[in-house]
Ligand binder design. Structure first.
Ligand code: ADP
Ligand code: MG
Length: 246
């Protein structure tokens, strides 16, 4: 008997203009796993998340979540976009953003009540941001913004959490907090996949890794995937710091 993957991608192809960003990608994320999505700049990592979530059109391919189409399980799938691609001038408090995570389960006509507000506060506490709940998001440091985004996903209480570079440009305490929250989620049976730019920390942080460059290059246990040969091949023609290759 096979286990239904949390995310299953088949034959996924995405093209911008006439350039393929993803070509015939197959990927399964087993439930309860913590996976890094690694590859050079422009490899299609963000595109893989966005196309899987239906945020950008696919030329070909099918995607299912827990064996079902996204529409049937939307509440169970949380997405944490790349911080750099978010409009931080949007007027919202830290608490507002965390509260947005609860909207998925509310439906169209119910407004968030005391239970939702408490869920938002609990989520902010988990990431060490409850003290700043009234602060405007535009006033936060990069690390604080990242933690608030993670809190929004926690407030959603999803089974699958997809994150785009959650550790890019954050301070060391935020990095520690984010990774410990992700590990807790996985220990609680949730499935987590994150685009990760740092080859050096990947083996310590992620049990499994997908090495991507338009196509899937390697997939499996991080230490077996991120060998120097695999990394060199996947990053071929792109600048890569040799000290990052072991
Ligand atoms: P990564 O996240 O791995 O750095 P992306 O998924 O952002 O890569 O991008 C993959 C490729 O698609 C890159 O060559 C990028 O320039 C291109 N691309 C991404 N978004 C767009 C877009 N909206 N329009 C045109 N090209 C895009
Ligand atoms: Mg990206």
């Amino acid at each position: 008997m096979s286990i239904t993957p949390a995310l299953s991608v088949r034959d996924l192809t995405v093209v911008y203009g006439d350039q393929p960003a993803l070509w015939d990608v197959d990927l399964d994320l087993a439930p309860g796993t913590l996976t890094a999505i690694v590859g050079p700049n422009g490899a299609g990592k963000s595109t893989l998340l966005k196309a899987s979530l239906g945020l950008i059109p696919r030329v070909a391919g099918t995607v299912s979540f827990f064996g079902r189409p996204l529409n049937a399980v939307r509440n169970e799938v949380a997405y944490v976009p790349q911080r750099a691609n978010v409009d931080w001038d949007f007027p919202a408090s830290v608490h507002d953003v965390a509260l947005m995570g609860t909207f998925a389960r509310l439906g169209w006509f119910r407004r968030p009540g005391a239970a939702e507000r408490q869920r938002a506060i609990d989520a902010l506490e988990r990431v060490g941001m409850a003290d700043l709940a009234r602060r405007q998001i535009g006033e936060l440091s990069g690390g604080q913004q990242q933690r608030v985004f993670l809190a929004r996903a926690l407030a959603q209480d999803a089974q699958l959490i997809l994150l785009d570079e959650p550790l890019a440009g954050v301070d060391a305490p935020t990095e520690t907090t984010v990774m410990s929250v992700l590990r807790e989620l996985v220990q609680a049976g949730r499935t987590v996949a994150a685009v990760h730019h740092d080859l050096e920390t990947a083996p310590e942080y992620f049990e499994d890794t997908v090495l991507l460059n338009v196509q899937i290059r390697n997939v499996g246990k991080t230490r077996e995937v991120l060998t120097s040969e695999n990394v060199k091949a996947a990053y071929a023609g792109r600048p890569v710091s040799l000290e990052l290759i072991r």
